[in-house]
Design a binder for this molecule. Structure first.
Ligand SMILES: Nc1ncnc2c1ncn2[C@@H]1O[C@H](COP(=O)(O)OP(=O)(O)OP(=O)(O)O)[C@@H](O)[C@H]1O
Length: 270
């Protein structure tokens, strides 16, 4: 069980760019959160701070009772795993199994545990068949699943996925949804950054909307996509399901396909 507490955090990159300003967020163990918002809002910076890759310029981040400023990135990533937006920024072995084994091995798991975690993660992410391949010879979508497997194999309590649906076809999306279900069963905390609103509404409960280095809203899905002011401010487009529900003059709060179908069949009955 690892809670995250981000307290009044600001972050400036070495060139002076202020990417995050007075950012506050508390995440309880087991939550499923999507962070959304315009390009450059500070989403990736925020999650890199949660996993200790970056350290706050001001304020503090507590991962459980560990202040990220007092621990190395390797120590924090035992609790918070981060799957990079671009797999090529993460992969550094020329063989998939070595890539996936690296994390659990370095975390001090014994050989048997490393084998078990590596096999489980490679299987779940569908990359076992590519075992002996050099990851760089594989398509982008598969490379992304290699990086997801590498993070899952570390068995951290919190898993952060940066744009996991980017470049995925139907098969990839189905695999991703299956992975999310398995993580939910294991009561892992899942945080995703995404521009894919269908993905947000179907699989996440709590939405954090960012704009201009700050959080502008932190709420449930239905509260966000029916709030015109928030949509304008954060330049978000509501999911197709919500647009259709509005066109059909159905009740507010419809964000998933199941809700849309239920509302239409209710209307037909009337
Ligand atoms: N290494 C860096 N050095 C300097 N500025 C950076 C660096 N990385 C990001 N920035 C800047 O920090 C701000 C926040 O960037 P960040 O990547 O966190 O935003 P984001 O919301 O994740 O954007 P996107 O949706 O485009 O990925 C932007 O102005 C960006 O240009």
């Amino acid at each position: 069980m690892t809670n995250l507490n981000i307290r009044n955090v600001s972050y400036s990159y070495p060139d002076g760019t202020l990417a995050l300003e007075d950012f506050c967020l508390s995440i309880s163990s087991g939550e499923r959160i999507a962070i959304i918002g315009q390009n450059g809002a500070g989403k990736t910076t925020a999650v890199k701070l949660m996993n200790g890759l970056l350290k706050p310029t001001k304020g503090n981040i507590l991962v459980g009772d560990m202040d990220t400023k007092e621990y190395t990135t390797a120590q924090i990533s035992r609790k918070v795993g981060y799957v990079f937006q671009n797999p090529d920024d993460q992969i550094f072995h020329n063989n998939i199994e070595s890539e996936v084994r690296f994390g659990p091995k370095n975390m001090g798991f014994n050989e048997e545990q490393v084998d078990k975690l590596t096999n489980w993660a490679m299987d779940l992410c569908g990359v076992k068949n590519y075992n002996d391949e050099n990851p760089y010879n594989l398509p982008y979508s598969i490379r992304k699943f290699v990086t997801i497997a590498s993070v899952l194999a570390m068995d951290s309590d919190v898993i952060i996925l940066d744009e996991p649906t980017a470049g995925q076809d139907k098969v990839g999306l189905e695999r991703l949804v299956h992975i999310l279900k398995v993580l939910e069963e294991k009561r892992k905390t899942v945080i995703t950054i995404t521009h894919d609103m269908e993905f947000v509404t179907e699989y996440f409960d709590r939405i954090v909307v960012m704009a201009n280095r700050k959080i502008v809203v932190d709420d449930n899905v239905d509260q966000i996509f029916y709030n015109h002011e928030v949509l304008e401010m954060s330049m978000l487009k509501p999911p197709a399901v919500t647009k259709m529900a509005k066109l059909l003059s159905l009740s507010d709060g419809i964000t998933t396909q199941a809700q849309l179908l239920a509302a239409i069949s209710e209307k037909v009955k009337q």
